[in-house]
Design a protein around this ligand. Structure first.
Ligand code: ADP
Ligand code: SF4
Length: 688
């Protein structure tokens, strides 16, 4: 199919200094937990973005000196010539598809502890290091330090040129770089020409831009990545004040502006807290003050929203990180008029979490992310079937849907049986909770694909028993029957059932999603899951008029969401809607109207009035599997060649795990599995 002419503007080339991007699709720098530690994986992932049509593909942050050592995070690094090789490899992978490669140079100053290099951190003023309250300080840079810093930056740009990059990004964002620390009134207490007035605080950044242009500007475009608002009121940069004033002072110095809000938790807000294009209000002034091309991000996945942002005069290029992860082929799909094939990012930040955990990133929507090199998985291609097998997939949650979709794509005959009236399992059910409507995209993308496949048939309201499965006569059976939340309080904090916690006294998220409600009055939510559901259920009940308290054994509410950059947003939201948050509390016993908790800090007991909603852990729905085994099914004596469990029914986990499991099942069907072997290629670390 041809592309819709409405989207032509997205495919116009755009000049950035001495280079020209082939289109308006700009994969902004994004961390990915691979970088220097897993270079082959990183290179293949970047190459895939270029193959998918992103006209500019950038590195993640690239620290350029041992005083900018971001250990334990695994990003790119350009400390000396020894680091040029793998970055050149990335440039080649990007150039192979006609895209431009961009290098983001970053020095995190007092944001990092230099745990590997052991150098003393540096910054504009003496400051404690911010990395997890590390008990060391950054020292204030003197004049010689500033000269050294400028030279390191210049040399890194020159090395980037040698590696083959077309673009270099001078980074001033996220309250996380030396130049942003210099600009910040609250970080910079200097009294010399680098402190005080706005011009002085901006001096270092201006020098970096000028020197980068001087060093490499003949062949490379110089992009300024700049946060115009820190979303903290007058404590920080505000786009109406110094954000704008600073930008005006250097408006035409770079070849392009990549503008956003700060810090990372604001820039990469999840869909629970911000809609597509949410940064436009902050950055729309930029094009009025510069003649250079402008880009911003905002989780753009809809070509209409992209075109609108350009037509409205907010931007010239569409910046994207998460949409490129969820669908590396998004531009190509627009170009080929295949909008229904776009796998839209759901804005869950699981990708961010894996980077925060220093592991290769995962994506809820794109199970092939980070597997391009080590497993050879392509997001759009999968091998044709090897046999004429008929596969019965039981359960249509993210695991079952992904398995059915990919098996169908391989050409197998697939039957998908679902007990409920609707498809989607947990993503359908959870997408009805406050802030989670984007979860439904996990279902909608796969459903859209399956509906076009003649070889995939779907049966709703078809709860399968073991006898029916055996009778059905499929060659392979894939059980994706999900998991169920426990009522008894067992989880991390409690290894044994809690006194009084049972189905009569306690509701779980499953009950709430089934429409059950506690009796009128106060409700205590016991959140020993530490992810999003406890808070989301709290929001729902609070909106319905319940007086809600959340009790958690952790030191903060929704503790794990620190990795998805949501913890602060969640805490604020819960406080705003009037939910009481009680941390470091475990539940001791429960009655229909009272919950007795132990304060683990003071060792004191307290009885709270209210009924209980418990969010602790789930148990696999593996009854069907057990029945099949009990009926004497064995891979040797039945017509059925294999019965496998995938997703939550095998091991309850993230939605991202379920889509991955479904994908893996489909990829591996009909292949001989060696469970003793490492199931992927490993990066080779050399030693002398
Ligand atoms: P996952 O995250 O692993 O995909 P979900 O809980 O989202 O798991 O989905 C499991 C789906 O399986 C649910 O929609 C559920 O209704 C369905 N299901 C469970 N048991 C059966 C069964 N015996 N027959 C058909 N469908 C089932
Ligand atoms: Fe989007 Fe979630 Fe995938 Fe990240 S993990 S790209 S936020 S769908």
């Amino acid at each position: 199919m041809a592309r819709d002419p409405r989207y032509d503007i997205l495919f116009e080339p755009i000049k950035i200094g001495p280079v020209t991007a082939p289109n308006r699709f700009y994969q902004v720098p994004h961390c990915n937990g691979m970088g220097r530690v897993f270079p082959d994986s990183m290179i293949a992932m970047r190459g895939m973005k270029a193959e998918g049509g992103w006209g500019i593909v950038c590195t993640e942050q690239c620290d350029f000196h041992p005083t900018a050592d971001i250990t334990p995070y695994t990003e790119t690094r350009l400390w000396d010539d020894a680091d040029i090789g793998y970055l050149a490899g990335m440039c080649d992978a990007v150039h192979e598809h006609g895209s431009l490669a961009g290098l983001e140079l970053v020095h995190n100053g007092h944001g990092v502890g230099n745990l590997y290099s052991r150098e003393i951190p540096i910054g504009p003023s003496h400051r404690p290091v911010e990395y997890y309250n590390y008990p060391g300080q950054a020292r204030a840079m003197d004049k010689q330090d500033i000269l050294d810093y400028r030279r390191w930056h210049r040399n890194a740009a020159l090395r980037g040129k040698e590696a083959g990059f077309d673009l270099v990004i001078v980074y001033h964002g996220h309250d996380g770089t030396v130049p942003s620390h210099f600009l910040s009134k609250r970080q910079n207490q200097r009294t010399d020409e680098y402190g005080g007035s706005l011009e002085n605080r901006l001096r270092l950044f201006r020098e970096l831009l000028e020197e980068t242009k001087d060093a490499v500007g003949d062949t490379m475009g110089v992009i300024c990545r700049f946060a115009v608002d820190e979303m903290m009121g007058s404590e920080g940069l505000e786009w109406e004040h110094e954000g704008r004033d600073a930008l005006e002072l250097i408006a035409d110095l770079p070849d392009m502006w990549d503008v956003n809000v700060s810090d990372w938790a604001n820039d990469s807000m999840t869909s629970r807290f911000a809609p597509e294009g949410y940064q436009e209000d902050y950055v729309r002034f930029v094009k009025q003050v510069t003649s250079k091309p402008v880009s911003t991000v905002g989780r753009y996945t809809s070509p209409d929203a992209m075109v609108s942002a350009i037509r409205k005069g907010v931007v010239d290029l569409i910046g994207a990180a998460r949409p490129t992860i969820a669908d590396p082929f998004l531009p190509r799909k627009i170009e080929e008029g295949r909008l229904e094939d776009i796998r839209e990012c759901i804005g869950c930040n699981i990708c961010v979490a894996w980077d925060m955990l220093s592991a290769p990133i995962r994506c809820t929507q794109n199970p092939t992310m980070s597997e391009e090199w080590r497993k050879g998985w392509h997001p759009e291609q999968i091998a044709e079937k090897e046999t004429d097998s008929h596969i019965l997939v039981v359960g249509s949650g993210p695991a079952g849907l992904e398995a059915a979709h990919q098996l169908g794509k391989r050409g197998y005959q697939v039957t998908l049986a679902e007990a409920r009236r609707e498809l989607g399992g947990r993503v359908t059910r959870e997408s009805g909770l406050p802030g989670l409507s984007a979860w439904a995209r996990v279902r909608d993308y796969r459903l859209g694909q399956i509906q076009e496949m003649m070889n995939v048939e779907v049966f709703l309201e078809s709860e399968m028993t073991a006898a029916q499965v055996l009778e059905f006569g499929a060659d392979h059976v894939c059980l994706a029957t999900g998991a169920t939340w426990r009522h008894d309080g067992v989880g991390r904090a409690n290894r044994y059932p809690v006194l009084g916690m049972d189905k009569d006294n306690v509701l779980t998220p499953d009950d709430i999603m089934d429409g059950k409600r506690p009796p009128e009055g106060p409700v205590v939510i016991f959140d020993d899951d530490h992810y999003y559901l406890g808070g989301v259920v709290g929001e729902l009940l609070s909106a319905e008029g319940y007086d809600v308290a959340i009790v958690t054994p952790a030191t903060v509410v929704a503790d794990w969401t620190r990795y998805t950059l949501e913890q602060g947003h969640i805490e604020n939201r819960l406080k705003q809607v009037g939910i009481t948050i009680l941390t470091r509390r475990n539940v001791l016993r429960v009655s229909p109207t009272e919950v007795t908790v132990l304060d683990t800090l003071t060792d004191r007991e307290k009885t709270l009035q209210g009924s209980m909603v418990s969010v602790t852990m789930r148990l696999p729905n593996d009854g069907l599997y057990n029945d099949l085994m009990a009926l004497g099914y064995s891979e040797k004596n039945a017509e059925i060649k294999s019965v496998r469990r995938i997703g939550d029914c095998y091991g309850p986990s993230l939605i991202a795990s379920a889509t991955y499991e479904g994908h893996k099942y489909a990829r591996e069907l009909d292949t001989e599995l060696n469970t003793d072997a490492v199931p992927f290629k490993r990066e080779c670390t050399s030693w002398s």
